[in-house]
Write a protein that binds this ligand. Structure first.
Ligand code: GAR
Length: 209
C-alpha cells in the first residue's frame, strides 16, 4: 500500500488524527515514518506509542536552510513516500524541497485561506472582527501557505473569543478534515493537475479559494 511520511514540529494532534484514521482502516496506505525538526516534539511520543518509526532532524544543527532541506529530502526519500504530510511542521521550505514533492505534499493551515497566511491566525481573525474562521488543507507550493486549497472547514467566531478558545474550536475541525484530505489523496480522488486541484477528475478552480 502507499507510503506516507509525516513531518511535525510540535504536539502532533493532527498527526494523531491521521494515525487513528489509518489504524481504523479508512486510509489506503501506511505511515512509514514521522520526522520532527524538534527533538522535544510531543508528537514523537505519540508516534512511538502507535508503533511508528520516528526520526529527528534538528534544524539547529545545520548551517543553512538549504543544507537542512537537503538532509531532510534524503531522510524522507528513504521511505519512498507517495504523500508527504506537513502536520504542524513549522519550517519555511526551500524551493528545491517544495519542487521535489510537487503534487504529493499537503499542509494544514489554521485559517480560511487565502486569509491569514503565516502566523497568529486566530488573533488576527478576532482583531479583524471576522464572524467566521477555520482551517484549510492545501497542496504545498513555493508560496508560503499559498498553494491550492482543496478542503476547508469553518467555525463561528464568538464575541467573547480569545485566540486560545478559537484555536481549540478550529483544531477540532482540523482533526476532521485532514484525515479526509489524506484519504482522498491516497485513493487518487484528489490530484494536482497543472497547478489546479481536481476532485474525481473535476477541476476545483473557482469552487474553493
Ligand atoms: C495546527 O493548528 C496547524 O494547523 C498549525 O499548527 C498546529 C499544529 O498542531 N499549522 C500551522 O500553523 C502551519 N503554518 P498539532 O501539532 O497539534 O497538529
Amino acid at each position: 500500500s502507499g507510503s506516507i511520511v509525516i513531518l511535525i514540529s510540535g504536539s502532533g494532534s493532527n498527526m494523531q488524527a491521521i494515525i487513528d484514521t489509518v489504524d481504523a482502516g479508512e486510509i489506503s496506505g501506511h505511515i512509514s515514518a514521522v520526522i520532527s525538526n524538534r527533538p522535544d516534539a510531543f508528537g514523537l511520543e505519540r508516534a512511538q506509542a502507535a508503533g511508528i518509526h520516528t526520526e529527528v532532524l534538528d534544524h539547529t544543527e545545520f548551517k543553512s536552510r538549504e543544507i537542512f532541506d537537503l538532509n531532510l529530502i534524503r531522510k524522507i526519500d528513504d521511505f519512498e513516500p507517495d504523500l508527504v504530510i506537513l502536520a504542524g511542521f513549522m519550517r519555511i521550505l526551500t524551493p528545491d524541497f517544495v519542487r521535489r514533492y510537487s503534487g504529493r505534499m499537503i499542509n494544514i493551515h489554521p485559517s480560511l485561506l487565502p486569509k491569514y497566511q503565516g502566523l497568529h491566525t486566530h488573533k488576527r481573525a478576532i482583531e479583524a472582527g471576522d464572524k467566521e474562521h477555520g482551517a484549510s488543507v492545501h497542496f504545498v507550493t513555493e508560496e508560503l501557505d499559498g498553494g491550492p486549497v482543496f478542503i476547508q472547514a469553518s467555525v463561528p467566531v464568538k464575541e467573547s473569543d480569545t485566540p486560545e478558545a478559537l484555536a481549540k474550536r478550529v483544531l477540532t475541525q482540523e482533526h476532521k478534515i485532514f484525515p479526509i484530505a489524506v484519504k482522498w489523496f491516497m485513493e487518487g480522488r484528489v490530484q494536482l493537475e497543472n497547478g489546479i486541484p481536481h476532485m474525481d477528475g473535476v477541476s476545483l478552480e473557482g469552487r474553493v479559494p
